[in-house]
Each structure stands twice: as C-alpha cells, then as structure tokens.
Ligand binder design. Structure first.
Ligand SMILES: NC(=O)C[C@H](N)C(=O)O
Length: 326
C-alpha cells in the first residue's frame, strides 16, 4: 500500500523564483505548487502539503524550529502520516535538521531537503530532491534512522551533515563519516545506521546562546561582551582540536565563574575536539575548569543543543552529560 507522506514547506531557494526587477531570487512558490511541480510524485506516495512558512532559511530561528518540531509530533500523533518531508533553505538546513533530530518524539521517518537552484532556473534541482526525499521518507528502512537529509540522491544523518559549497548543487557532505545511504534507481539503499545519541524534549528552550569563533591572537573583548549582554550560554568555536588563545581564555573562564555554561567546539570542518594537549587554553585544560567539550558537533549545532538543553537544566554537570551522549 502507498504510504502517506506530509511535505512541510518552510521556504528557501527551492521555493524561489527570479524577481524580474532585481534579477535576484525571492520567495515565490507556494507549498502546493512545489509539490505539484514534481513529476511522478504520486507514483511513490500519497502526498499532502502543509505550508509552515516561506522564508529564506536565515530567517529561521530556534523558536521556529521548536514550533516545527511540535507540528511534526502533533501530525504524527494524530496518525495523519507515515512519514514527513521538510523542504528548507540550504543555508541553515543542517541546523533545523539537527534540531528536529534532537527534539522530535516521533519515530516515523523525517527527511529534510532543499535546492541550490531556484524553481525558475535551468536544471532546477528542487523537484528531483523532493522526489528522492519523499521516497526516502516512505521507505520502511528509513524508520528509526533519526532525522535524515537527502539531496542529490544521497542520504545523510542530520547530526553530521554540512553544507560544503556556497553554490554547487552537490554541496551536502558528511565530512566525518560519509553518507548513510543513497537513492539508487528504484531502491533506497543504506550502508550503515546513524550513531545513537541523546534526545531532549524540554517544555521550553533558551535561545539566548551566542556562538563565538576563535582566531589567532584573539583577545577576550567579544567574550566579555557576551557576559555583559546577559547571555545564558556560549559556544566557543576553538582552533584545531579545541584550543583557545590565552587572552580570550581568561575571559571564557570568567564567564564560567559567573555560572554561564560554555561549550568548546572546533572551527575545523571535520574531526572532533580532542584532549591532546595540556597547555593553557587547550581543550584538556579548559575541561578541567568546567568548560564543556562539544565533541564532533559544529559550533552551530552545539549552539542548538545548548539552546535545547538549557530548556531542561543549567546545571553544568548535567549539561556535560548531555554533550557526552552525542
Ligand atoms: N539554496 C538555498 O536555499 C539558499 C538560500 N539562501 C536559503 O537558505 O534560504
């Protein structure tokens, strides 16, 4: 029997067309029209569409992701679908996919997709990506795989996928572990399962979390600003395997002393924070002073995890445990 898949549209280039006046892409395609433009979609699944928003993905926020997560769980509980596809702008697609992966209760397949070319452009990649995402969400093998991301016929784990090129349609990559699987001819083929990780279902979230990238010779001014601005958490995107320069180290530790949770990630696009060194400002030395290590999460994903986790607790040891389960 054909599966029922709900396509939830949020916006992004996939739903954009060229504005004849400016020559630039702008939101222009409704959710219904997006699905209607995919040839043969109904051969694979019964599809219905829910338009959540129609915005560039930089206009998404943790609050909107929280709403989207609740919407998917509500539709799932009502038994309205066997699986879900979310269409999204690619700039922050991996953030929303990760947030959903962390927060959803449903075990039904959820597959996020987007496009790098607008709906009016030559070789628009949106229709093919929607078709592949619907096929992925409708496949029994996708159950229990967590939130998936499917573009260019490759299927990725939301936690690990990242955008790697500003304009090329073949932009999504898992730089650490490779794809989970592929849409291959008439089949959906998985080569491995995603690694299990913590899920969080807080009643509320704390979006007032900053992400600060480190640079060589960085001083502590911007970190001080975060403290003065009343942030509830900070992620420092450190150097190499999670090291920070000496002047900002002092201010990071001062933030921690004020009771503000600080997570240390790496600005390097692959690999993980590692306790390789013990000099001042190294990941090992920071951990000894109560700084939470972000593992293999990118800074922006670690930020979202902290946004969610702070909805549950701001107790440093509990936050540390949550990050260790990733
Ligand atoms: N390809 C895209 O969707 C990029 C667009 N700027 C967005 O993220 O909304």
């Amino acid at each position: 029997m054909k599966k029922h898949i709900i396509v939830i549209t949020t916006g992004g280039t996939i739903a954009m067309k060229k504005d004849p006046e400016t020559g630039g892409l702008v939101p222009a395609v409704s959710g219904e029209d997006l699905a209607a433009a995919v040839p043969g979609l109904s051969d694979w699944a019964d599809v219905s569409v829910v338009e959540f928003s129609n915005v560039p993905s930089g206009w998404m926020s943790a609050e909107k992701m929280f709403d989207l997560s609740h919407l998917i769980d509500k539709l799932s509980e009502e038994g309205k679908a066997d699986g879900f596809v979310v269409t999204h702008g690619t700039d922050t697609l991996e953030e929303t996919a990760f947030f959903l992966d962390m927060s959803l209760k449903t075990e039904k397949p959820v597959c996020v997709t987007g496009a790098m070319r607008g709906a009016s452009e030559l070789s628009a990649d949106g229709p093919e990506n929607i078709l592949s995402a619907v096929r992925t969400a409708a496949d029994d093998m996708s159950k229990g795989m967590g939130v998936l991301v499917c573009l260019q016929d490759r299927i990725y784990a939301a936690k690990d996928v990242t955008k790697s090129h500003t304009t090329n349609p073949d932009t999504f990559r898992d730089l650490n572990y490779g794809p989970l699987g592929a849409v291959y001819g008439k089949e959906i083929i998985y080569g491995r399962r995603p690694m299990p990780h913590a899920r969080l279902h807080p009643e509320t979230i704390e979006p007032n979390v900053w992400l600060i990238s480190a640079w060589s010779g960085m001083d502590g001014e911007i970190v001080k600003c975060a403290g003065k601005a009343g942030v509830k958490g900070v992620v420092i995107d450190g150097l190499g395997c999670g090291n920070v320069p000496p002047l900002c180290r002092k201010e990071i530790l001062a933030l921690r002393k004020q009771g503000i949770p600080v997570v240390l990630t790496t600005r390097v696009p692959s690999g993980s924070v590692m306790q390789e060194y013990s000099y001042e400002g190294s990941a090992l030395s920071m951990k000894e002073s109560g700084i939470i290590l972000g593992g293999d999460l990118s800074g922006w994903k670690a930020r979202l995890l902290l946004v969610l986790a702070l909805g549950e607790t701001n107790e440093n040891e509990r936050l540390q445990e949550i990050f260790e389960k990733m």
